[in-house]
Design a binder for this molecule. Sequence first.
Ligand SMILES: [Zn+2]
Ligand SMILES: [Zn+2]
Length: 131
Amino acid sequence: MQLDVYRCDAYKCHGNVPKDFGHKEYFRGHQKRLHGVSNGQEIDEAFQRCRIQMRNPPLQSLCGFCGDSFHGASSWDRRLHHVGRHLMEGDQLEKETEDVFLRNWALEEGVLEIVHDKFQLVGLANVHEAS
Ligand SMILES: [Zn+2]
Ligand SMILES: [Zn+2]
């Protein structure tokens, strides 16, 4: 099992750091808010274009909304489904608290950056950077 990441490929999103999203719904929200992409087919195309498969997911994680914990080999998949349900039920991303397990994993993997006092996963995928 691999962890999927969505990397925004819109030109204006490419600063020095690529914008990666660890969850499909985050990426969907980003596309909508920043790029005005709300049409289902355009979103699907963006999912396909921007999806990157990568390294091993964390073995332990927490839901930032309700605190449920997940562990084991397939736990990341379960977490994504679980968090996706919160998002679909209208829970606001702003309310999500930090997942310390995910944070530690990201630190170990070297994919974490602190941006505006909040951590952000960066450079998750090992892909060649087209400038
Ligand atoms: Zn973008
Ligand atoms: Zn939850």
